[in-house]
Ligand binder design. Structure first.
Ligand SMILES: Nc1nc2c(ncn2[C@@H]2O[C@H](COP(=O)(O)OP(=O)(O)OP(=O)(O)O)[C@@H](O)[C@H]2O)c(=O)[nH]1
Ligand SMILES: [Mg+2]
Length: 342
């Protein structure tokens, strides 16, 4: 631990000046500046603790590699490459980062430890998409359809999202279009009661597209702001199930033009490279507008966020860092990288 702390200190020497103004741009939109700053501080802390395992694994390994060295040379790059790959950043994205490091080492012969840190940070930031979320303000309900394979955290994310929007004084309606299991409907009903939002459901086994249709119609006639539709956990290699997703989507478009506005793919970060594979399969089979990455709290595989941001032209909009109602955060790349390198 002593060595780790020393190296960490070295690595962070030039990183402590973080302007609040930069961060303020990207989070929340509350009017009271003081409240905003304290919200940001606590949000940052939660994200930091949410990615603690990833951070300590990533830095622990880098620290061990360069322990006792003042310079990083060509021979260290192989070890760094391996660390990036085992941090679940993914092979393609790792190679891009290593390529940049190699160019720099070839030019300067060797770089010092804090330069390495800065280079890694810059390069990761360059590869990740910058996506700043705007508030949702539409006259018709804004429809989010949540998709993803079994158990990734769709229903839980919907509960947290409903809470998030409700706290912004939005009128939220949930649609229980996962009709495959009775427990799935019950789980969403529980969330709707917990958060205090309306839910539209039918019996187990009914047509999911029909539930989606009812939900959107009800939301429209009651002037709701946000509709969130739950869907069954889908096997990405099952053509019929993918077809059914299209059917649900098409039915929605009949009630509200352009709906669903956001097809949100939920991925479980703890599955590492498997999450990248699921993103590949889903984006090939259906329209995907955004990604929510869950379970970052329990895994050291959070590097997968970097790979996903680099490899898909789809923004990671939310990250889940726990099972509680407040454990969902808007994803912000600067904040994520700062937390990883702080
Ligand atoms: N630690 C942690 N657990 C989570 C998070 N998100 C969801 N979970 C847990 O993951 C499990 C599965 O979550 P669900 O929301 O039921 O997943 P689902 O995708 O709806 O699953 P199916 O309906 O079976 O397809 C539950 O035990 C959740 O509490 C998270 O961000 N962190
Ligand atoms: Mg579910």
């Amino acid at each position: 631990m002593g060595v780790f702390d020393k190296v960490k200190k070295l690595l962070n020497k030039n990183e402590s000046k973080q302007s609040d103004a930069d961060t303020v741009e990207n989070i929340g939109q509350k009017s009271d500046i003081d409240k905003k700053n304290s919200d940001i501080t606590s949000e940052k802390q939660t994200i930091k603790s949410g990615i603690e395992k990833t951070k300590s694994s990533f830095f622990g390994k880098i620290a061990r590699t360069i322990a006792g060295k003042s310079k990083v040379d060509e021979s260290d790059l192989d070890a760094i490459e391996e660390i990036l790959i085992t941090s679940d950043i993914g092979v393609d994205t790792t190679l891009k980062i290593i390529d940049k490091l190699e160019q720099r080492v070839a030019k300067d012969k060797y770089i010092n430890v804090s330069e390495l840190n800065n280079l890694l940070k810059e390069e990761i930031s360059f590869l990740m998409q910058d996506y700043i979320q705007k508030e949702i303000n539409t006259t018709t309900p804004y429809v989010i359809m949540v998709v993803g394979v079994n158990g990734v955290g769709k229903t839980t994310t919907i509960g947290k999202l409903a809470n998030y929007f409700k706290n912004q004084n939005k009128k939220v309606v949930l649609g229980a279009a996962d009709t495959f299991r009775a427990a799935a409907v019950d789980q969403l009903v529980l969330w709707s009661e917990r958060v205090g939002v309306e839910i539209i459901k039918q019996d187990m086994g009914s047509d999911p597209a029909s539930v989606a249709f009812d939900t959107i119609q009800s939301a429209k006639s009651n002037n709701a702001d946000i509709v969130i539709i739950d869907t069954a956990g889908r096997l990405h290699n099952n053509v019929n199930l993918m077809r059914e997703l299209s059917k649900i989507r098409n039915v929605m478009g009949k009630v509200i033009k352009d709906a669903p506005h956001d097809v949100m793919l939920v991925l479980d970060a703890s599955t590492g490279q498997n999450a990248i594979e699921q993103a590949k399969q889903f984006t090939q089979a259906t329209k995907v507008d955004s990604i929510a990455l869950t379970k970052l709290d329990g895994t050291a595989k959070g590097g997968v966020v970097i790979g996903i941001s680099d490899q898909f032209q789809i923004p990671v909009k939310y990250i889940g860092v726990g099972e509680g109602v407040d454990d969902l955060h808007k994803f912000n790349k600067k904040e994520f990288i700062d937390s990883l390198f702080s």
